[in-house]
Every structure is written in structure tokens, then in C-alpha cells.
Design a binder for this molecule. Structure first.
Ligand SMILES: Cc1cc2nc3c(=O)[nH]c(=O)nc-3n(C[C@H](O)[C@H](O)[C@H](O)COP(=O)(O)O)c2cc1C
Length: 160
């Protein structure tokens, strides 16, 4: 296929993709081990989950949100952002509405602790708001609840 045809094909694939929209202020990814889901369920905010499987409809953010994601490190921090998260951020609306990132990870990974959240924040020019390990402690839950409340208080968040 010539390059132009490949580009058209991709555009059509995206246009035909099943989508669901969300205006929630928190969007997260959690793999089948579901540590992150368990953490999110302890928060005071409702949240939307990025699809785990390709058969699920793609999530599109229609309002500003904070992204909460775990890291799954590849070799020396490479390929640390899961394909599902890359696909989600491939949608322009999902990048445009992103305001901050919270990272989940494991400090056993040393310098690569929460590297996916740090990379996304740097690339999208938004802050890393918080990091925590695995399914978080009660203190993490308190900190994130309070932090999100402050972050979304009128005039406190920065972009736009
Ligand atoms: C194969 C594998 C690689 C991982 N790589 C990293 C890493 O590079 N940095 C990090 O902070 N945590 C890493 N973790 C820890 C996960 O981010 C952590 O277990 C997280 O809670 C998983 O969330 P989930 O169960 O919602 O998918 C890794 C975990 C696994 C299983």
C-alpha cells in the first residue's frame, strides 16, 4: 500500500471505531491484576476506565480530567506506557482535556518508578500530581482525595 493509502486506512479505522464519551474528572487504566481499580474505588470521585481489551469501545474525554495509570516497564523504562494508554492518548480530545497525571507503580523498579506517568506528563506538558505504590495506603487515598479537590477548585488548575 502506498503511504497515502495507509494514512487513509488508519483514518477510516479510527472513524469506524466504537466510542463512548465521558465527562468524568478522573480517568484510569488498570490491567487484569486490578491494583489501580481497587485504589480508585476507595476515592470519593467517580472515574471512567480505559478499555483493557481491543473489543471494548474506546473512551473519549469530553471535559478536563486527571489521568491515573500504572507503569509496566519494558527494558530500562522503554515501552513503559501500555498500548491501551497510548491508544487512548492517540485521540486528540483525550490529549486536549488532560490536566494532570497520577502514577501507580512499585518502588522496587527504582529509577523507573511510575515512569509511564512521568513520561506522559512531560510529553503533554501537565504536572505529575501524585505517585503511589500498588493499591495505595489509606494515607494515599486521603492525599489523592484532598489533592483532587484542591486541584479542581475554581481557578486552581493551570492549563488554558
Ligand atoms: C511486568 C511488570 C512490570 C512493571 N514495571 C514497573 C515499572 O517499570 N515501574 C513501576 O513503578 N512499576 C512497575 N510495575 C508495577 C505496577 O505498576 C503495579 O503493580 C501496579 O499496581 C499495577 O496496576 P494494575 O494492577 O492496576 O494494572 C510493574 C509490574 C509488572 C507486573
Amino acid at each position: 500500500m502506498p503511504p497515502a493509502a495507509v494514512a487513509d486506512y488508519r483514518q477510516n479505522a479510527e472513524a469506524n471505531e466504537a466510542t463512548v464519551t465521558t465527562d468524568t474528572t478522573l480517568i484510569y487504566f488498570s490491567s487484569v491484576s486490578e491494583n489501580t481499580r481497587r485504589f480508585v474505588e476507595k476515592l470519593n470521585v467517580s472515574a471512567a476506565r480505559i478499555p483493557v481489551f481491543p473489543t471494548e469501545p474506546q473512551l473519549i474525554a469530553t471535559a478536563p480530567y486527571v489521568l491515573l495509570i500504572p507503569t509496566y516497564g519494558g527494558e530500562r523504562g522503554k515501552r513503559s506506557i501500555l498500548p491501551q494508554i497510548m491508544k487512548f492518548l492517540g485521540h486528540e480530545a483525550n490529549r486536549a482535556n488532560l490536566r494532570g497525571v497520577i502514577g501507580a507503580g512499585n518502588t522496587n523498579f527504582g529509577e523507573y518508578y511510575c515512569i509511564a506517568a512521568k513520561k506522559i506528563a512531560a510529553k503533554c506538558n501537565v504536572p505529575v500530581l501524585y505517585t503511589f505504590e500498588l493499591m495505595g495506603t489509606p494515607e494515599d487515598v486521603l492525599n489523592v482525595n484532598e489533592g483532587l479537590e484542591t486541584f479542581w477548585a475554581p481557578a486552581s488548575h493551570k492549563k488554558k
